[in-house]
Write a protein that binds this ligand. Structure first.
Ligand SMILES: Cc1cc2nc3c(=O)[nH]c(=O)nc-3n(C[C@H](O)[C@H](O)[C@H](O)COP(=O)(O)OP(=O)(O)OC[C@H]3O[C@@H](n4cnc5c(N)ncnc54)[C@H](O)[C@@H]3O)c2cc1C
Length: 499
């Protein structure tokens, strides 16, 4: 028996392990739902609902090439062991996976098991992340080389190895309870392609200017992250579609291009950032649970402020922009980059909560949860990388800048729905008795407390030495090897993407 083991690559197109499986004779496409994984604090109901939708759609995609998706529920080793006893497995193909520490340990164990049972396990690189990378020199160039490879479009009919499939369990059967999500979570390939097309041709023109405000970001950002996380669409497919759009724009007279060229440039850089952050976790899995710079081990204590943490989680901090963002995220499963950064910065700097207390909860709210990006960003927004600029977002200023008329706040903080624009960002300063909590901490005092500690630490010589090592390991390189600009796309003879 040969197996294609699906993980976070839930598609048929641009799938190297699928091509390898297709060259081998009959094979079975398997997805293993692991109940224990879903008990981890960063995993959630909303993510599972999205996954379930992706799996149903993948089954349809596979049927078009003569296959079907076999669902197995259980512990990975047990599932493979049962299959091996019954059918004698020869080969397993999968993409490399860089997710949380739970899956990291599982993969280590299963590799040993495959070896002991003489099963050939082939893992293909995914999205330009490099396993066993020696150092970051030339990483960006390698990434571009990967992205400029043609998208694998082979969808040859293949011979299926028929195996019993379990039904996809309901979330509740995995002990996952509804978590406040109020939007539908459709993980279909068609939705992903529609989302990409509408961004590249309709919604994205003002991306650069509108990405930071939650008033505009829901429409102006691509909203592709969840499809990329689950691999419904590959990074290379998105990159090629963007490059193709850039080429089309280049053929237009400049006066007809509008703001699109800028938008496409910013978007393309972010696609690379996606993999750049995952590469950090690939190179150092401890980023998920240890301060990147160990000097910060002493500044905050886990579990120290349970009441503050609870207020932050519930969107009850008394800071309207923070609470609006948290409540929006709970219902929508997504919020834009700037507001994610502000939520994290507020928890870590103003509330002085250890990021290990706040990050798993925030992760559980993101449908697009991607550990490599998430934990690196959580540490960046908490000052614990020791190498990034300290950025303490003032939630009042962010409210005034990003939601000047209070439209977003009024939508999500119903207690302030009648507040006029000049009161909405600081309701505590006015006599109106809003049924809304008083600020949980004093903004200025809390910010000054955090800055004093963090800037103080950076002056220390031993801090600087350790920071240098972190830069060496993780920072993207200007030189050598990193092209100043992305290399010009080689125009493909025929239009590659029919979106
Ligand atoms: C504290 C914090 C936690 C985050 N956690 C996640 C996470 O779990 N999963 C996740 O996908 N992103 C995460 N991000 C990054 C970013 O906020 C999201 O990728 C983005 O908001 C997704 O929306 P979009 O698809 O519309 O992005 P767009 O702005 O349209 O960008 C296109 C794609 O580029 C990538 N991207 C965009 N911004 C970044 C960035 N700053 N770093 C790395 N990749 C980026 C994403 O894959 C995104 O889908 C986090 C940011 C912060 C500050």
């Amino acid at each position: 028996m040969n197996i294609l083991w699906y993980k976070y690559d839930l598609r048929v197109t641009d799938h190297h392990p699928l091509v390898l499986a297709n060259q081998s004779g009959p094979w079975a496409a398997i997805y293993i739902i692991e109940p224990m994984l879903w008990q981890e604090p960063d995993m959630s109901y909303r993510q599972y609902c999205f996954l379930a939708s992706c799996l149903k759609d993948l089954d349809q995609q596979l049927r078009a090439i003569g296959q079907r998706l076999i669902i197995k529920v259980g512990e990975v080793e047990q599932v493979f062991s049962d299959l091996h006893q019954r059918y004698a497995i020869s080969n397993v193909w999968a993409h490399e996976e860089t997710k949380n520490s739970w899956t990291y340990s599982r993969d280590k164990k299963i590799r040993t098991w495959f070896k002991a049972n003489h099963i050939t396990f082939t893992e293909c690189p995914h999205n330009g992340v490099v396993r066993r990378l020696k150092n970051r020199d030339g990483w960006a160039k390698q990434w571009y080389d990967q992205m400029y490879q043609p998208v694998i479009k082979r969808t040859d009919q293949s011979e299926a190895f028929t195996v019993h499939s379990d039904p996809i369990p309901l979330a509740e059967e995995l002990n996952l309870q509804p978590d406040g999500i109020a939007v539908s979570l459709e993980g279909t390939r068609q939705k992903a392609l529609q989302c990409l097309k509408s961004f590249l041709y309709q919604r994205g023109e003002h991306y650069t200017r509108e990405m930071s405000s939650p008033v505009t970001a829901y429409t102006s950002c691509s909203r592709l992250s969840r499809y990329i996380t689950y691999g419904v669409i590959s990074m290379r497919e998105v990159f090629h579609a963007c490059t193709q759009r850039q080429q089309e724009l280049n053929r237009l007279p400049p006066e007809h291009r509008g703001k699109w060229p800028n938008a496409m440039r910013s978007f393309a850089s972010r696609l690379r950032w996606h993999c750049h952050f995952i590469q950090k976790l690939e190179d150092q899995p401890s980023i998920e649970y240890e301060n990147m710079h160990r000097a910060y081990d002493t500044i905050r204590t886990m579990g120290e402020y349970p009441d503050r943490l609870q207020a932050w989680k519930n969107g009850q901090t008394g800071y309207p922009m923070i609470d609006a963002c948290m409540r929006a995220l709970i219902k929508e499963g997504w919020i834009n980059f700037r507001m994610r950064a502000m939520l994290m910065s507020f928890a870590s700097y103003h509330l002085w909560i250890d990021w290990r207390d706040s990050a798993p909860y925030l992760a559980s709210l993101f449908v697009d949860y991607e550990p490599g990006i998430h934990y690196s960003q959580c540490q960046m927004q908490s000052g614990t990388t020791g190498i990034n600029a300290i950025r303490i977002y003032n939630p009042i200023k962010q409210g005034i800048d990003q939601d000047p008329d209070g439209v977003f706040i009024r939508k999500w903080v119903k207690e302030l729905s009648q507040a006029p624009s000049d009161e909405i960002h600081r309701p505590w300063e006015f006599e109106n008795a809003y049924d809304y909590p008083a600020p949980i901490v004093d903004e200025k005092e809390a910010r000054q407390h955090a800055s004093k500690i963090l800037y103080g630490m950076r002056k220390d010589q031993s801090h600087k030495a350790a920071a240098k090592e972190i830069v060496k390991k993780h920072a993207s390189r200007k030189r050598p090897g990193r092209p100043k600009r992305p290399p010009k796309a080689k125009p493909s003879p025929q239009k590659e993407f029919e979106l």
